[in-house]
Structure formats: C-alpha cells, structure tokens
Design a protein around this ligand. Structure first.
Ligand SMILES: [Zn+2]
Ligand SMILES: [Zn+2]
Length: 426
C-alpha cells in the first residue's frame, strides 16, 4: 500500500479508528492483520491510530499498536502533536512511559513550540511531567561512549553504558537497591569504572541544569546516583568485601527502634551536596527534610523519591524495607511489621532486624490487645445499652453477645535465622 497521506483511509482503516475509540483490542488486533490496514495511517487531522489510543488513555491498545510497528515519533499531526504529547495530555503515566520506552523523542515541539512535558504541565498532568522528565534514554547515555571533539577516548567505555543505564532506570532510588545493582555487575563494581560513571553522571546533571528547558528532577537524580557510585568507589578502595560492608552500613538500624541512621544521614548529605544551590527542587527538598528529626517520618529517601519519581504514598506499607522496591508483600512472620520483596531481601536485613523484631512483635501485640480491649468494652457497653432498652420495654432479655474478640494467631516458635515470611494478610 502507498505511504500514508492525511485523510486517505481505506474503509478498514476507518473501522480501525472506530474500534480504537471503542477500546476493542481483540477487534483491533484482527483489523491490523488485514492487508488494507497501515498501522501508521493518518486521519484527516494527521493523527495515527497510536495517537488516538494514547489520547484516549487506552494502554492495551497502545501496546498492540506498538507491537505492530506503530511509529512513536510520527509528526504529521496538523499542530505537530506527537503520540507522547497525547499520552501526556491523557494523564496516563503508564502510556507516557510506554511511549518513552518505545523511543519517543522528548524534545520535539508542537506548532506553538511546546514539548510534551510542557504540554502535560500546562494541563496539570504533573505525574506525566515527572515520568517524562525522569526518563533517560539509552541513546542519550550512548553519546558519552563516543569520543567527542579532541578526545582520544570516550568519557564512558561502551561496555559500561548498559550496566549504568540499568542503574539510572532503576525503579527504586533506595541506595541499597542502587548498590545492589552496582554489585551485581563486575564491570561496574570497580573503582576506575565507577569514577568514570560518576563523571558522566555529573556532566549530565550539569547539562540538565544549564539547558534552556531546565530539568531539575533529572539533574537531582543524576547527582544522587553519582553520590551513591562515589560511596561504592570509596568502600571498594578500603574494603575487600565487594560492597557487602556498604550494604550493611546502609541497612544497620539503631538499637532503640531499628531506624537506619547511616542511610538517613547519607541521603541527606547527598541532597545537601547538590552543586546548584539556586535550584527550586533543592530548596524544596531541604525545606521538607531539615525540620524532621532523624528517625521520624518522612525519611529523606521518601521525600527524594516522591520529588523525583512522583510516587506518592511512599510511607504506605508496600515498599520493601531492604531495597525500597514497590509492591513488596512478604511480611516478617514474627513481628509482621516489616515487608520484603522476597527472602533475599529479608535475609539481607535480618542481621539488624533480628535485634528489634521481638520488640516490634511485643509492641504490635500490645497495641492489638489494647484495641481488642477497647472493642470488647465498646461491644459490652452496646450490649448493656441493648439490654437496658429491652428491659425497659419489659420484653424477654436479649441473648448476650457471646462472641469473643478474635483471638490472635498463635505466636511463632523461636527461630534462629530469618523467620519465614508470609504473604501479606488481607
Ligand atoms: Zn526488596
Ligand atoms: Zn520481624
């Protein structure tokens, strides 16, 4: 078939646009298999099926279209809108992410000179703005793997680009997670390699601050990663334990309540060392963190994470105590007060958690007993009231509520190593 022209649609293509609006993925999949359907066909306004699906916030449809080779950077729209711009306007962070992951350019502007991030901000879709600003393509990193100008060697050895990009795109900024990512790759876990990566991170940070459309979110993220890489390098210089010591320092909780003081102080120091002191984001972070006493909520990492990734509800109990990964749901079976991704994360934390686990268990049981007492008192009073009311009506007495408060599950047996984790109850 011929190259797509605006408004030049076969009848099946017209049908495809309707099916996208209706959200029928199965039917769309069938139509995309037809000979007279071009995945990048254009309607009368120059919109592709992907732009329609993104604008209408239909993630499954976007996925299907991308699988069929939809061009994420098609720029035929009458006002120069791209699929990423439509995704940003829709307010769907998953679709925005999908477009970026498929290679959407972030600095393309529409006919009035706005980028996708600026358009999303203009309509108040700040989560999408964060996703766009937080994204860093492999191509942008690969720039540093080629010698520039008079350089004989590139700033970043090409073999390091992959592992470094993995660190940059980590879904959790928790320093433990970042150190684990460094540790798992022998190419990266090496002083010289780390120093090179740090230098590149700082250069990207500087670029983000100095570019015309300043991206403080990405600048802060790059700076933070650079600090963590620096810490890794200094531990590797001094110790032979391949970063295990650093992970322990970051996880070690204080005697009284298990709060990881070293980690908190480290994260605060990283933020304070951000080299551009006029940055609004820096001032915002300092204002949120400085008044908080160490050990209280919010932690510095939760404030930083929220500012950078836009994740809200960071203090909710769905983040792994060890690595900060979202969606953790395995609970310590003794205290039931901490959660982990899996047994690996639990084992890593056990050396310090075991000192407070019993204490946390007692605290929880005390709290539970108290609230059970309260409930009992409450229901007894209710019964009495019912009794009183029925007595005064001179009817036969009401059967007293004999239902005992729910008993606690039996306490687990003494365990020498991490207690088995249970899946989150309720
Ligand atoms: Zn974890
Ligand atoms: Zn425990």
């Amino acid at each position: 078939m011929s190259a797509p022209k605006k408004g030049d649609l076969s009848s099946t293509e017209k049908e495809l646009f309707q099916v996208i609006t209706a959200g029928d993925v199965q039917e769309a999949s069938r139509l995309l298999g037809c000979k007279d359907v071009r995945v990048n066909c254009l309607d009368e306004y120059g919109m592709t099926p992907l732009m329609h699906a993104a604008y209408k916030g239909k993630a499954d449809m976007c996925k299907l279209l991308l699988q069929h080779g939809a061009d994420v950077n098609c720029n035929e729209h009458e006002h120069g809108y791209t699929a990423l711009m439509f995704a940003g306007l829709s307010g769907k962070t998953d679709i925005t992410w999908m477009m970026l992951d498929a290679g959407a350019e972030t600095d393309v502007v529409n006919s009035v000179g706005r980028t996708a991030a600026q358009m999303a901000a203009f309509v108040g879709q700040h989560d999408c703005v964060t996703v766009i600003n937080n994204f860093f393509s492999r191509a942008r990193l690969d720039y540093y793997t080629k010698p520039q100008g008079l350089e004989k060697e590139p700033k970043l050895p090409p073999k390091l680009a992959g592992p470094l990009h993995k660190v940059i795109m980590s879904t959790s900024l928790n320093p433990v997670k970042l150190v684990l990512l460094v540790k798992e790759n022998p190419l990266l876990a090496e002083v010289e390699a780390l120093d090179k990566c740090r230098r590149v991170m700082e250069l990207i940070c500087e670029k983000c601050v100095k570019q015309q459309d300043m991206n403080e979110v990405l600048a802060m993220k790059m700076h933070f990663i650079s600090c963590v890489l620096g810490k890794c390098a200094s531990f590797l210089k001094e110790r032979e334990d391949k970063l295990d010591g650093l992970i322990k320092c970051l996880l070690k909780g204080r005697e009284s309540d298990g709060f990881p003081v070293f980690q908190e102080k480290f994260v605060r120091e990283c933020i304070r060392k951000f080299p551009y002191c006029n940055a609004t984001l820096l001032q915002q972070l300092v204002r949120s963190i400085a008044p908080v006493e160490i050990g209280n909520d919010p932690t510095a990492i939760s404030v930083l994470t929220q500012a950078i990734t836009g994740q809200v509800g960071f203090m909710d109990s769905e983040f792994c105590t060890t690595c900060g990964e979202k969606g953790a749901e395995k609970r310590c079976s003794i205290c039931k007060m901490v959660i982990y991704c899996d047994q690996t994360c639990q084992k890593m934390h056990w050396f310090t958690h075991k000192k407070v686990c019993k204490k946390l268990q007692e605290q929880r049981e005390k709290q539970e007993a108290e609230s059970a007492k309260l409930r009992e008192k409450h229901s007894n009073e209710e019964n009495k009231a019912v009794q009183g009311a029925t007595d005064s009506l001179q009817t036969l007495s009401v059967e007293p509520n004999s239902e005992a408060p729910p008993s606690d599950p039996p306490a687990p047996a003494e365990t020498p190593s991490p207690a088995p984790i249970t899946t989150a109850d309720n």
